[in-house]
Design a binder for this molecule. Structure first.
Ligand code: FAD
Ligand code: FES
Length: 339
């Protein structure tokens, strides 16, 4: 049985076991979303009319008081009647977006590019429209486990998706599948695009300076974002920090060198947290967020882009605010482990 969900003047049909977020995005109707696993709260909305089942909504993301007040997590809640919902805090909902789709991809390559890190190239049977910085979900074969991986592509690279994946000890998707049994030629289900980690549309992009900070494979979406911003305005100031434990964790250095050569206002800063940089190397020691504070006196008018482990992202938010970046200009993608 299906019910109708209404936001603004948009109506979508929502299947019995389908989350509201899934229904809206598949219909190409934008709703705020980030993790798609109940941990970030970005998709919280108000149910103005109708009944929902909160499903697996975690109590620390959606409190009992919030449920009482009619709030719901769109990525977890399913409908129990036709319902009218509205987004919170001035967040935009109901606009047009690239529809969420299921495709079967072919594994083109699965190569080691750094310590415990693979680059996965997935060929699609047809192009997938997405915003650079968004992510896709892979389902671990033989299970219902979904895992999110950010796209390193720009929007025109829509036939072969590039993912950067770090192995997690004992991980169902990484250690037990991608790093061991996944082979070139395998056919795998891919669902996407998802997430709100992307640039404003070109006509509303102010072209201001950008700082991007990635931890480990958090570099992936920053590559798509930086290349897109630079192609819109080759003179734009773009400062990209890559924080890793040691030199062996760095990757895509040739690409960074090329961007530095082509775009004089692009700067790449590799930062090592657990290793002393070799004498005369370009590497810095410590944490990228601390280096940003040292390098930039004022970030008024800048936008900030943070991606990777949650503690690094939180440290980045503090660093940006300390340098007076406007909160609405701070964008984050946390690699939260699945619950
Ligand atoms: P699981 O089986 O889920 O976990 C195994 C054990 O390790 C569990 O105990 C778990 O709690 C713990 N664990 C899981 N992850 C970590 C961690 N990072 N550190 C410490 N312990 C952990 N990962 C990438 O490599 N590249 C990406 O581009 C990327 N993009 C993401 C985008 C989003 C929006 C989100 C939410 C996550 C992203 N991730 C990315 C993380 C990824 O989705 C998986 O969580 C990760 O690959 C681990 O999955 P797994 O099945 O191997 O481990
Ligand atoms: Fe729903 Fe994060 S809690 S998108």
């Amino acid at each position: 049985m299906a019910f109708t969900a209404t936001v603004g003047n948009q109506q979508v049909s929502c299947g019995e076991d389908q989350s509201m977020l899934d229904a809206f995005l598949r219909a190409g109707v934008w709703m705020p979303n980030s993790c798609n696993q109940g941990t970030c709260g970005t998709c919280k909305l108000r149910v103005v009319d109708g009944d929902v089942d909160h499903g697996d909504s975690p109590a620390d993301t959606l409190t009992a008081e919030e449920r009482e007040a009619g709030l719901a997590l769109a990525c977890q809640a399913t409908l129990r009647s036709d319902s009218v919902v509205e987004t919170l805090g001035g967040a935009v909902g109901g606009g047009i977006t690239h529809p969420l789709r299921d495709l079967t991809a072919t594994v083109l390559s699965n190569d080691e590019i750094a310590r415990d890190t693979r680059r996965l190239l997935l060929e699609l049977p047809e192009p997938l429209a997405f915003h650079p910085g968004q992510y896709v979900e892979l389902t671990v074969p033989g299970t219902q486990l979904r895992r999110q991986y950010s796209l390193a592509n720009t929007a025109d690279e829509d036939k072969v998706l590039e993912l950067h994946i770090r192995s997690v000890s004992g991980g169902a998707a990484t250690e037990r599948w991608i790093f061991t049994s996944m082979a070139v030629g395998d056919q795998i289900p891919v669902t996407g695009p998802l997430g709100d980690f992307f640039l404003p549309a070109e006509d509303s992009d102010d072209g201001g300076p950008m700082v991007l900070i990635g931890g480990g494979t958090g570099l992936a979406p920053l590559i798509g974002l930086a290349r897109t911003a630079l192609s819109r305005d080759p003179g734009r100031r773009v400062l990209l920090y890559h924080g890793v434990r040691g030199v062996d964790d760095l990757y895509n250095l040739d690409q960074m060198a090329e961007l530095t050569k082509v775009y004089p206002a692009f700067t790449f800063v590799p930062v090592l947290s657990h290793e002393a940089p070799a004498a005369e190397s370009v590497h810095r020691a410590g944490f990228p967020t601390d280096h940003f504070i040292e390098d930039v006196d004022s970030a008024r008018g800048w936008s900030g882009w943070l991606c990777g482990p949650p503690p690094m992202v939180e440290a980045g938010v503090k660093a940006f605010k300390r340098r007076r970046m406007a909160p609405r200009m701070i964008h984050r993608e946390k690699f939260t482990p699945a619950t």
